[in-house]
Ligand binder design. Structure first.
Ligand code: GDP
Ligand code: CA
Length: 325
């Protein structure tokens, strides 16, 4: 079975670990968000690709959810000691090794797709990890700032998220460079040839949003013969981890399991979803989602263990089989 999954960082990585546990023989392709990428101290950093790579490769820090296990922070301590450049992004020493290799390979003229294949080879990933595009796309957040000219200031998403903990009032979110971005090699084919397409519980705005905005990806999903099933990242009206509730209102979406489903929309009405899983706690949302033309079921959606997450993956594949067109 060919399964293609769109992916952000932590939510996607944890879900993928459960999917691999449930379907070890499946041929899984992951299309990763690269709009969180940034250049720090000359190093090209791809937070979401690395979270998927480290998590599926067994090299991630479980507690933090991002970065390497057994990490040390000497380089960052030295950077901070100079107090000459911003140092709000957590770059561990082991992690820096990855970014050095990536930056070097990109400087040699390799594409991000090629670099990602070279990096993931070390980790013997049970999936094929593709960036959504080889071109640079950056999520920028426009925030209210009375001190700035015009009362607004534009920041890289990572600065808004990591440095300011998503606490600044958001006026707008833009994916800079998205108009010129084309799907990376293999992306459209992975969508067209899939037997099942999955949206993991990733941030709908800044993780899945950029992927769906790369030209050609949304239409490829709509044209795909495989069913598209998503899992809600929102349980009981709040994100399970992180601050997605800060961004959904900024794009006019209700912070609820049904709100996110309606945001992606029913495929029959020009949207993307054939099926949607909500958490048991959100069972009352099932009729509303179903009425909108999206087959919905309520199952436990807390990724509290690999076993619990494997059961979520099984439920998603069951729903996909039920809605197969
Ligand atoms: P990021 O790029 O690291 O922020 O990761 P993602 O975009 O892939 O995932 C973030 C989303 O995962 C957040 O909106 C969380 O609500 C969601 N999430 C995290 N843990 C869980 C969980 O156990 N269950 C569900 N349903 N969603 C989760
Ligand atoms: Ca991310």
């Amino acid at each position: 079975m060919r399964i293609t999954v769109l992916a952000g960082g932590i939510g996607a990585a944890r879900f993928l670990r459960g999917l691999v546990a449930h379907a070890p023989d499946a041929d899984i392709t992951v299309i990763g968000n690269t709009a969180d990428d940034l250049t720090l101290y000359g190093l090209r950093v791809c937070p979401d690709l690395d979270t998927v790579m480290y998590t599926l490769g067994g090299g991630n820090d479980e507690g933090r959810g991002w970065g390497r296990a057994n990490e040390t922070w000497h380089a960052l301590e030295e950077i901070r000691a100079y107090d000459a450049v911003p140092s709000w992004f957590g770059l561990g020493d082991r992690d820096i090794g990855t970014h050095l290799v990536r930056t070097e390979l990109l400087a040699q003229g390799r594409s991000l797709t090629e670099v990602t294949a070279l990096l993931t080879a070390r980790w013997r990933l049970p999936v094929r990890l593709l960036p959504m595009t080889d071109q640079s796309v950056e999520t920028h957040v426009v925030v209210e700032d009375p001190a700035a000219p015009g009362g607004h200031r534009r920041l890289h998403f990572q600065e808004y998220w990591v440095r300011h903990h998503a606490e600044l009032p958001v006026v707008d979110i833009t994916f800079v460079g998205i108009e010129d971005a084309t799907p990376a090699p293999g992306v459209l084919d992975a969508i067209a040839s899939a037997d099942v397409l999955l949206f993991p519980p990733s941030n709908p705005v800044v993780s899945l949003g950029p992927i769906l905005s790369v030209q050609g990806i949304r239409s490829a999903l709509r044209a795909a013969s495989a069913p598209i099933v998503g899992l809600s990242p929102i349980i009981g009206g709040a994100p399970v981890r992180g601050m997605a509730d800060k961004l959904l209102p900024a794009i006019g979406v209700d912070t609820s399991a049904a709100g996110v489903a309606l945001h992606f929309g029913a495929r029959r009405d020009g949207g993307l979803l054939d099926g949607w899983l909500v958490d048991e706690r959100d069972a009352p949302a099932v009729p509303q989602v179903t009425a909108a033309g999206i087959a919905a079921r309520a199952v436990p959606l807390l990724m509290s263990s690999v076993e619990a997450t494997a059961a979520m993956a099984a439920a998603a594949l069951d729903l996909a089989a039920a809605v197969r067109r």
